[in-house]
Design a protein around this ligand. Structure first.
Ligand code: GFB
Length: 317
C-alpha cells in the first residue's frame, strides 16, 4: 500500500548537497514539506555504521530518500573502482538497515541505468536486470547498486520493510559536478566549450568516438518522479526513470556547443573509453502509472549552462 508524504512528515534526504539530493529537497519544499532532516558529511559520515545508527535513533524520520552515493563519470568509475564499490556498499547498507531498525515508514533507494548488462536489449526493461555481463568501466559501481536493490528486496521479503528502488538514467542539471576528471559527459562538455570560447581555443576534445548513445534526464524531472513514486509506488520490483529519448555523444556535443556559443572544431580522443554503446531505459512501467518527464534536453542544457555561469566560482571544479 502506497503512503503519502504530508507537509508535516519527517523526511530524511541523504545526500542533500549532491545533484539528486538537492533537487529532491527543492521539490519537497515546493510540495510544502517543511520537516526535512539533512546532515552534511562533516556532521554525519554515512560510511560509519555506528554514527548512522545513532542518527536514526535520535532523528527517527518517517520517510527516507537515499540519494547519498559516490558517483562520477566514466573516467572516475574506471580509475577508482575500490572507492566506488566500498563507499556505495557502506552508505546504502548502513542507511537501509538503520531505517528498518527505526521503523521508517518508507525508503526510496536510487540505483542507476548501469545496473543493466552492457549488451542488454534496448530499450532496457526492468526484467533485464542480472541477465548478462556488466559494462567493465563501471561494474564496481553497478554491483554496489545491484546489492542495494537486493537489500531493499530482502528487507521487504523478510521484514515487510517498504523500500522501493528507482533506476534513473544519466542525470544532469543545477548543482552538477563540473570537474573534468570526475564529472559526467554533459557538465564536462559545458565547461570545456565555455572555457574554449572564453580562451578563443580552436578545438575541444571529446572523449571516445562520439558514437555511444545516452539518454539524459534533468534532475528536476527525477526529483518530481521520486516524490510521485514515494506516493504512488510500493513494490519489490525496480522501476526505471528516464526521458525515453537518446542522443549520440556527437549530437550532444553539437547541442552543448550551440548552447554555449562555441564555434570551433571537435576532436575525438579515441584513447578514452566509450563505455556501453547504448543504454536507453524502457519507461513504459512508469508511464503507465501516470508520470512523464517535462524538461526537453535543449532547455535543460540551457538551464544547466546558466547555473554553471552563475555558480562557476563555487562549482566543484
Ligand atoms: O557521462 P559519462 O562519463 O558516463 O560518459 P557513462 C558518457 C560518454 O561520453 C562516454 C563520453 O562515451 C564518454 O567517453 N565523453 C565524451 C565524455 N567526452 C567526455 C568528457 O569530457 N567527460 C566524460 N565524462 N565523458 C557513467 C557510469 O557511465 O554513467 C556511472 O560510469 C553511471 O556508473 C553514470 O552509471 C550515469 O554514461 O559512460
Amino acid at each position: 500500500m502506497a503512503l503519502s508524504l504530508a507537509p508535516s512528515s519527517s523526511i530524511y534526504v541523504a545526500g542533500h548537497r549532491g545533484l539528486v539530493g538537492s533537487a529532491i529537497c527543492r521539490a519537497l519544499a515546493q510540495a510544502g514539506c517543511t520537516n526535512l532532516l539533512t546532515r552534511t558529511h562533516v556532521e554525519l559520515d554515512l560510511t560509519d555504521q555506528a554514527a548512522v545508527r545513532r542518527f536514526f535513533d535520535e532523528a527517527r524520520p518517517d520517510f527516507v530518500f537515499l540519494a547519498a552515493a559516490k558517483v562520477g563519470g566514466i573516467h572516475a568509475n574506471n580509475s577508482s573502482p575500490a572507492d566506488f564499490i566500498r563507499d556505495n556498499l557502506l552508505i546504502q547498507t548502513n542507511i537501509i538497515d538503520a531505517a528498518w531498525r527505526n521503523r521508517v515508514k518508507k525508503l526510496l533507494f536510487l540505483g542507476s541505468s548501469c545496473i543493466y548488462p552492457k549488451f542488454s536489449p534496448q530499450p532496457m526493461k526492468e526484467e533485464h536486470l542480472l541477465s548478462g555481463a556488466l559494462e567493465p568501466t563501471n561494474e564496481w559501481y553497478a554491483i554496489a547498486k545491484i546489492a542495494g536493490i537486493k537489500m531493499c528486496q530482502a528487507y521487504r521479503k523478510q521484514h515487510g520493510f517498504d523500500a522501493i528502488s528507482l533506476m534513473p538514467t544519466n542525470l544532469y542539471g543545477s548543482g552538477d559536478n563540473f570537474d573534468l576528471h570526475s564529472s559526467h559527459v554533459l557538465p564536462a562538455l559545458i565547461r570545456k566549450f565555455h572555457e574554449a570560447k572564453i580562451n578563443k581555443l580552436p578545438e575541444v576534445e571529446i572523449w571516445g568516438t562520439g558514437t555511444p548513445k545516452r539518454e539524459f534526464l534533468h534532475v528536476d524531472d527525477l526529483a518530481s518522479a521520486c516524490l510521485f513514486l514515494m506516493d504512488h509506488y510500493s513494490s519489490t520490483e525496480i522501476i526505471n526513470v528516464g526521458s525515453g529519448q537518446e542522443v549520440t555523444i556527437a549530437d550532444l556535443a553539437t547541442l552543448v556547443s550551440e548552447a554555449v556559443g562555441f564555434r570551433g572544431e571537435l576532436r575525438y580522443n579515441t584513447t578514452m573509453p566509450d563505455g556501453t554503446p547504448r543504454k536507453l531505459l524502457d519507461v513504459s512501467k512508469l508511464s503507465a502509472l501516470g508520470w512523464k518527464s517535462q524538461i526537453v534536453l535543449r532547455d535543460g542544457i540551457a538551464d544547466t549552462y546558466s547555473w554553471f555561469l552563475e555558480n562557476a566560482l563555487v562549482a566543484r571544479r
